[in-house]
Design a protein around this ligand. Structure first.
Ligand code: COA
Length: 165
């Protein structure tokens, strides 16, 4: 059967267990998933794109069907250049819907051959977001139930380097 390749784009600043849950479920539908670290244009990230790519590679090292890439242009341009069939996006709450609806409609205008596939985020993780993780960590909360251990390590290393707490 023909290989079905999907991309999972996002800012991943940093990757959370919510993203991992979407990735693992996507592997049931697609033979290969490429996590694409992209700029959202609306955010000032904590980790550089290179750091985010390295961190995700570390987290998914035991999943050979997942690759990680970086892109600074339009996601649909990436899809065209890499012969991608679909884009995977996670929906957490009703509040995600409008933005995702507009983005997938714009993407369809740009490249009608690519479908966007939405997955509902796991019930126990719908309240998790990368910003929430960074805030929880900043104020000394325990982030370990919500992120892979490598994320805890990198955040601690960043804090140590910045010389705070
Ligand atoms: N579990 C937990 N959290 C999740 C999640 C899940 N399953 N899915 C998303 N989130 C969180 C993210 O952590 C992120 O949190 P934050 O806002 O606190 O950082 C938030 O939901 C949304 O993040 P993300 O999925 O990374 O989307 P984004 O809005 O940051 O990035 C891009 C969207 C990068 C895909 C989009 O801007 C893009 O395609 N950019 C390239 C340019 C382009 O082609 N634009 C579209 C056409 S104009």
């Amino acid at each position: 059967m023909k290989k079905r390749i999907a991309i999972y784009p996002g800012s991943f600043d940093p990757i959370t267990n919510g993203h991992l849950d979407i990735l693992d479920r996507s592997l049931k539908l697609f033979s290969e998933i490429v996590v694409v670290v992209a700029g959202s244009g609306r955010k000032s990230p904590l980790f550089t794109p290179e750091e985010r790519v390295e961190l995700i590679r570390d987290v998914v090292a035991d999943r050979p069907q997942i690759r990680v890439d970086q892109w600074s242009g339009l996601i649909m341009q990436y899809a065209k250049e890499h012969h991608v069939h679909a884009v995977v996006r996670g929906l957490r709450a009703a509040s995600d819907f409008e933005y995702e609806f507009m983005m997938s409609t714009m993407n369809k205008e740009l490249n009608p051959d690519v479908e966007t596939v939405f997955m509902m985020t796991a019930q126990n993780l719908y309240f998790v977001s990368s910003s929430m993780i960074k805030e929880l960590f900043l104020y000394g909360g325990d982030i370990s139930p919500f992120v892979p251990p490598q994320v805890v390590e990198r955040l601690e290393a960043k804090r140590k380097k910045a010389g705070t707490r």
